[in-house]
Design a protein around this ligand. Structure first.
Ligand code: FES
Length: 136
């Protein structure tokens, strides 16, 4: 019988191989692309807003199992979330979704999608310069 952490590892592999919410939205409110500067992997996120609330979301990109599984898990949580709630999400939010300990080396992989979604929303709201976005 698999242990708890084995189940989470299986979940990560499942989301990596069969990512949920992968693709594009026809009519996004905003789109943002960001990369992990350490490895060059990229994630693009499309978000459709209904007022302040995320109505729909899609992502695409290439990366390691952690970054892609985190994007799949995070985008599954986002519909119904307000922009304020999105900004309150932090690395613990993603680590909880992944369910495994993330080494400092892999933390940028884990939070890539979350950072891209947050930066995209801040640019949309005029609170962040496009040039200021980086995952550093
Ligand atoms: Fe590139 Fe993880 S190694 S995002």
């Amino acid at each position: 019988m698999p242990s708890g952490s084995d189940l989470y590892r299986e979940q990560i592999i499942d989301h990596y191989k069969r990512p949920r919410n992968y693709g594009e939205l026809a009519d996004p409110t905003f789109t943002h692309v960001g990369e992990n500067p350490v490895c060059g992997d990229e994630i693009t996120i499309d978000v459709k807003l209904d007022g302040e609330t995320i109505e729909d979301v899609r992502f695409r990109g290439d990366g390691c199992a952690i970054s892609q599984a985190a994007a799949s898990l995070l985008t599954s949580e986002l519909p119904g979330v307000t922009l304020s709630e999105l900004y309150e999400m932090d690395r613990d939010t993603v680590v909880d979704l992944l369910g495994v300990d993330i080494s400092p080396m892999r933390m940028k992989c884990a939070v890539l999608a979350e950072k891209v979604a947050q930066d995209g929303a801040k640019i949309y709201e005029g609170e962040l310069d496009v040039d200021a976005t980086t995952t550093e």
